[in-house]
Design a protein around this ligand. Structure first.
Ligand code: NAP
Length: 448
């Protein structure tokens, strides 16, 4: 019998406990697929005495000394399912420097300081795999890292946060406001007690950084990602999107192309945007994730599935455990990154996008011409203008209706323009006395 591959599991919560369960239930198949059995050398947790139900593992394997476990000579593979920057970074750098293979689900660490891990892996020739860190169960990083290496990826557009997708889908289906939809997500277990990382877009930004790094062979960190969350999205925005045949999604977008000087660069951003209902990402509902990849030769590819949850995430973790174990047995490693392109990051102001702007204006002669003049001054071309009822927030029709105090709502959709020009246009509109308020500003993606 071939010598077992010995695993140090760090963390035994939502993901870790499912990994333990699957290691037990699928032991025979995993052994056959790898060519050696997998053995749990130890499991590091925070609370040793915590009741872990009927987990099929010897209680003696639990320890609170994660670093001690990582350093043990009888450990071949370290599987990190704790999260956060420290002490996870110290554990993983230690493991990689010692030549141990690492599998991690930790998007926050990879996005903040993936460079430290990649460098440590490259120096010692150890494997570093992290499929579960983006879009849970969906095989996505392996296709970017391996299958598409013969192609040139131009754009990655994704729905990579299940909580916000659940909230926006609920708002779209029921007309609920953000707070009401968040409450529902919390009740159903889709949102955490503190939902900040999800609703403010931090989680999606971390994933965007990981995707952009792999897609464009460039080190991208979370700090390079332009980010807006969904807390400002209103029921009126959703209704307005509906009126245009669109829905609103929190998108992560990573694209390559020329910057203002013509040099090749990449832009990485996360924000809520309107997309047409005909776009493949529009039908991704509930807490599902999907990522749309565009490549020069392959064309358009779509990856879809469960982006979170214990069992789906454990599936991705175990796939990585099998891969690194096979590599150990074969005495090889898969390079974890190629950052040779080192492309510069394009500032958000240079991102070419479209805006949907809803203005509450005085309903009198000359207003439209004044508003149009502001757009023209910033070289932003208007695609459509719709005037609607002020009393309904601008979402019920196309005929001019005078609202309270002689107001009207103008709904303007622009053609593509640099984000800086669009932002400057909105700023100038805000200062006009004929503009009572700007009800909503949303970007439009996907060719409406
Ligand atoms: N949950 C998902 O759906 C999902 C999806 C994709 C990726 N991920 C990623 O997977 C990782 C784990 O997520 P999770 O949802 O499983 O988290 P979780 O349920 O909160 O579990 C965290 C585990 O880490 C242990 N832990 C915490 N601090 C520790 C320390 N200082 N030393 C040793 N152990 C410590 C905890 O011990 P106790 O059990 O004793 O408290 C617990 O077992 C995170 O990086 C997360 O971003 C999660």
């Amino acid at each position: 019998m071939t010598k077992p591959v010995r695993l140090a599991l760090l963390g035994c919560g939502t993901v870790g406990s499912e990994v333990v369960r699957l290691l037990h239930e699928q032991a025979a198949d995993l052994t056959a697929r790898i060519g050696a059995p997998l053995e749990i050398a130890g499991i590091a947790v925070r609370r040793q005495g915590r009741n872990r139900g009927d987990l099929p593992v010897d209680p003696a394997v639990f320890t609170t000394d994660a670093l001690g476990l990582v350093k043990r000579d009888d450990v071949d593979v370290v599987v990190e399912m704790v999260g956060g920057i420290e002490p996870a970074r110290t554990w993983l750098v230690e493991a990689l420097r010692a030549g141990k293979s690492v599998v991690t689900a930790n998007k926050a660490l990879l996005a903040e300081d993936g460079g430290s891990l990649h460098d440590a892996a490259a120096e010692s020739g150890a494997d570093l795999y992290y499929e579960a860190s983006v879009a849970g169960a969906i095989p996505l990083l392996r296709p970017l890292r391996e299958s598409l290496q013969g192609d040139k990826i131009t754009r990655v557009t994704g729905i990579v946060n299940g909580t916000t997708n659940f909230i926006l889908s609920a708002m779209d289906a029921t007309g609920a406001g953000f707070a009401e939809a968040l409450d529902e997500a919390t009740e159903l277990g889709y949102a955490e007690a503190d939902p900040t990382a999800d609703v403010e877009g931090f989680d999606a930004a971390a994933k965007a950084a990981i995707l952009a790094s792999l897609a464009f062979h460039t080190r991208v960190s979370a700090a390079d990602v332009y980010r807006e969350g969904i807390t400002e999205v209103t029921a009126a925005d959703v209704a307005s999107a509906n009126a245009m045949g669109c829905t609103i999604k929190l998108l992560c977008i990573a694209s390559r192309g020329p910057d203002s000087t013509g040099a090749e660069s990449i832009g990485v951003r996360v924000y809520p945007a309107m997309i047409p209902r005909s776009h493949p990402l529009a039908s991704v509902g509930d807490a599902f994730n999907a990522v749309f990849v565009e490549a020069v030769s392959a064309g358009q590819l779509m990856f879809y599935g469960r982006g979170a949850g214990g069992a789906p995430t454990a599936s991705a973790v175990l796939g990585d455990v099998v891969a690194v174990s096979r590599n150990r047995l074969a005495g090889v490693r898969t390079p974890s990154e190629s950052a040779y392109a080192a492309l510069p990051i394009r500032p958000m102001g240079e991102a070419v996008t479209r805006y949907h702007i809803s203005l509450d204006v005085a309903d009198r002669a000359g207003v439209l011409a004044t508003v149009a003049g502001v757009f023209a001054r910033h070289e932003v071309s208007i695609a459509t203008v719709r005037q609607a009822s002020a009393s309904t927030g601008g979402n019920t029709g196309s005929t001019a209706t005078v609202g309270r105090g002689g107001d009207a709502i103008l709904v303007i959709v622009t053609h593509a323009a640099p984000d800086a020009a669009l932002a400057a246009t909105v700023e100038e509109l805000r200062g006009l006395d004929i503009v009572r308020s700007i009800a909503s500003v949303l970007r439009v993606e996907g060719g409406v």
